[in-house]
Design a protein around this ligand. Structure first.
Ligand code: ATP
Ligand code: MG
Ligand code: FE
Length: 344
């Protein structure tokens, strides 16, 4: 079975194609991504209208390139991100997927983008055992309990304010590191001392919820640090601020993820979402999982950020699980909760 995945929830137009192997693993046949990130740079964030227009221009050519790369005329099924994401951006991918499903007379599966961020790991590391997933992206920060990828995901906790990726982007902007902020901050941090400034670890007190996160206090602490340095005419040690901020985020994320693995009695932690491309989140997760005897699964950075392959991979699991296809009248849901894996 060959499945095509279409992704257009934010600023990446992604079309991926995978072959399902029947044992819970998939093989990557094509992974084409067109990004409008450069068009948003001067605004310092994704402009929904621009993203939608860019998807409209990119979707056809990206689809063509993916088919050519896979060397196929058409797939056996098509999976598409139905939410969460930007309303106008989602519409473009969904409209295209519906048109191709109708023209090719193949089934359509309307899937949750966040499930794709978790499922994509099976491409590199094979079938997924019961696991805790730490999902860290531009719009979401969740701890999830995953039994089967085709089944609904159980939410253990999430951020009560900013997403971690959003905090990376805002702090990077504050430090003048440009856009997109996450990768820029990651590279600035390599020159800095992660212990230089003791930034707060939100929601880690004895009375705080075990699996929830808060990053707005951390963001404010960085802003105050920068303001006071400016007021006093001190130079801002950008690499140290970046490294110390990044350390605070990685510390809290991995601390709570390991706690969740212990509490749920599984032995595997899987990372997913754009911000898990971050070098320190990856290395600290590795260190702490090794120390705790937990198996860690981390997709390569390219597969952590948005792409079509993750939707194709989730689609293959959902189809193999016996799900009914979605109706061609299915509507997008920009606020789709993580616990709803697909729409009928
Ligand atoms: P969501 O998946 O929540 O809908 P999204 O799809 O916009 O959000 P992703 O593409 O999954 O987000 O992730 C983008 C986020 O990842 C951005 O906030 C970006 O700054 C962050 N990011 C990417 N690379 C890195 C990195 N190396 N370090 C830190 N953050 C990073
Ligand atoms: Mg993006
Ligand atoms: Fe995403």
């Amino acid at each position: 079975m060959i499945v095509m995945g279409v992704e257009s929830s934010c600023d990446e137009t992604g079309v991926g194609i995978v072959r399902w192997h029947g044992d819970g693993s998939c093989e990557l046949l094509a992974d084409e991504v067109a990004s409008s990130v450069d068009q948003h740079a001067r605004f310092g964030g994704v402009v929904p209208e621009i993203a939608s227009r860019a998807h409209l221009e990119a979707i056809g050519p990206t689809m063509r390139r993916a088919l050519a790369a896979a060397g196929i005329g058409k797939p056996d099924a098509i999976a598409v991100t139905i939410g969460p994401g930007l309303a106008g951006a989602l519409l473009v991918g969904v409209a295209a997927a519906k048109a191709y499903a109708a023209a090719w007379d193949i089934p359509l599966y309307a899937l949750n983008h966040l499930g794709g961020h978790v499922a994509v790991d099976t491409l590199e590391h094979g079938p997924m055992p019961p696991a805790v997933a730490l999902l860290v992206s531009g719009g979401h920060t969740h701890l999830l309990q995953v039994s089967e990828l085709a089944a609904p995901i159980v939410e253990l906790g999430s951020t009560v304010d900013d997403a971690a990726g959003e905090a990376f982007d805002k702090v990077a902007r504050l430090l003048g590191l440009g856009y997109p902020g996450g990768p820029a901050l990651d590279s600035a941090a390599t020159q800095g001392d992660p212990q230089a400034i003791a930034f707060p670890r939100g929601m880690t007190g004895p009375r705080d919820p075990l699996f929830d996160f808060s990053f707005s206090g951390l963001k404010t602490a960085v802003a105050r640090y920068v303001e006071s340095a400016q007021r006093e005419g001190r130079p801002i040690p950008i690499p140290d601020v970046a490294a110390s901020f990044q350390e605070a985020v990685a510390d809290v994320l991995t601390l709570k993820a390991i706690r969740a693995v212990r509490e749920t009695g599984v032995d595997t932690l899987v990372l997913g979402g754009g911000a898990t491309a971050n070098s320190r989140i990856r290395s600290l997760a590795e260190e702490r999982c090794t120390a705790a005897g937990i198996r860690l699964r981390v997709p390569k950075p390219r597969l952590c950020t948005d792409n079509g392959v993750m939707i194709a991979t989730l689609g293959a699991h959902v189809i193999a699980g016996g799900a009914e296809p979605s109706d061609l009248s299915v509507a997008t849901d920009p606020g789709l909760p993580v616990s709803v894996s697909r729409l009928p």
